[in-house]
Write a protein that binds this ligand. Structure first.
Ligand code: ZN
Length: 72
């Protein structure tokens, strides 16, 4: 998990830091983490699967194949 710390200057000149923990893709709001491997994927890299009675998003076609396709 990546910790992202961003610093930016507000319009009124106040300097503040915002720390985002657990959502390293705040700027890429469309990614979701895979239920199985936990990696962040875009919607076209995900498929919904019924697991333990719930619908979860997992890599498409599978975690292993997608990781290989992406060179991970
Ligand atoms: Zn996966």
């Amino acid at each position: 998990m990546t910790k992202t710390v961003t610093t930016r200057i507000n319009d009124d000149g106040l300097r503040y830091r915002s720390k985002t923990v657990g959502s390293p893709f705040a700027s890429k709001a469309n990614t979701r983490s895979c239920f199985k491997c936990g990696k962040h994927r875009t919607p076209d890299q995900l498929q919904s699967k019924k697991l333990l009675g719930k619908t979860e998003m997992v890599c498409k076609p599978s975690c292993k194949e997608l990781a290989e396709a992406l060179g991970e």
